[in-house]
Design a protein around this ligand. Structure first.
Ligand code: PAF
Length: 280
């Protein structure tokens, strides 16, 4: 495994790799890797000849009152994990390399990114798309792998890739969960033991919703109400949204069509924001 820190060296590597007729699988990350990221690297290895992982804590996707300053970091551990998962290249650019003085270009998608997390995080997806557009130009990936936990991110990135004709295939890999069912996230490390116990209710509520649908309940109001009721039973939880949407367009759905709907939730566990979802 090789570490690359500059855009020019990364682009040279990618152009040479493409020149040899090899495909590039890409896993963009903000570091503090966990088993969820490792599963994305493994998926990228199955799909492409070489795997590039980027580690860049992207300030543009954090709002002014969000957790950028406290976001966990452990580059040495991340590099070891990337090596053990079989990454070929780890791209670790500095902030000055990515956003030099005078940087003034942004990419925004104005439909899918407006709802769900976009309501409470108005700058988030603009920041995500701006960094990904830049990384796609640097890494030149054939395929890029994202986790289903960030379902809105996947849908918004797919839309950018389609609208702007980026020559990259987007792959969505299943959410990896802790033993207690909590979706893996770098933010889980903020949770105390008791917050952690309460946070598990999110996955339990989503599973209960799926069970309702599987056993014939097709009323969106009833399914959303039951999910809300289960999550609210824990004192520490404050719901930001629980929404039933089309998995591709993220538009609210009027009827539940199994396999096509996403029940997505964002909640505060005290001051820690978590998201999760389930396909119904
Ligand atoms: O999902 C993430 O970790 C980030 O949003 C991403 C895709 C690495 C862009 O900074």
């Amino acid at each position: 495994m090789r570490r690359i820190d500059t855009i020019s060296k990364m682009q040279t590597y990618s152009r040479n790799t493409q020149g040899k007729g090899k495909s590039i699988g890409f896993v963009p990350t903000m570091g503090y890797l966990h088993k969820g990221h490792l599963s994305l690297i493994k998926k990228a290895k199955e799909e492409a000849d070489v795997v590039v992982v980027s580690i860049f804590l992207n300030p543009k996707q954090f709002g002014p009152n969000e957790d950028l300053a406290n976001y966990p970091k452990d580059l040495e551990k991340d590099l070891k994990l990337c090596r053990s998962a079989g990454a070929d290249i780890v791209f670790v650019p500095s902030e000055e390399e990515i956003y030099p003085a005078g940087f003034s270009t942004e990419i925004s998608e104005n439909r899918l990114s407006e709802g769900l997390c976009g309501i409470s995080r108005p700058v988030h997806f603009k920041g995500v798309l701006t960094i990904l557009a830049k990384l796609f130009h640097i890494v030149l990936p054939t395929v890029t792998v994202f986790g289903q936990k960030d379902a809105q991110q996947v849908a918004v990135v797919r839309k950018m890739v389609t609208d702007l004709s980026f020559p990259v295939e987007i792959i969505e890999a299943p959410t990896v969960r802790e033993k207690d069912g909590l979706a893996m996230s770098s933010r889980n490390r903020y949770l105390s033991k008791t917050q952690r116990e309460d946070a598990c209710i999110i996955q339990e509520a989503l599973k209960a919703a799926k069970k309702m649908v599987d056993s014939g309940t097709l009323s969106i109001d009833r399914v959303v109400a039951e999910t809300t009721h289960i999550i609210s039973s824990k004192r520490r939880m404050r719901i930001i949204y629980i929404s039933m949407v089309d998995r591709v367009t993220l538009e609210p759905v009027k009827v539940i069509e199994p396999g096509k709907c996403l029940l997505a939730a964002a909640v505060w566990v005290d001051e820690i924001r978590l998201i999760d979802n389930i396909i119904l």
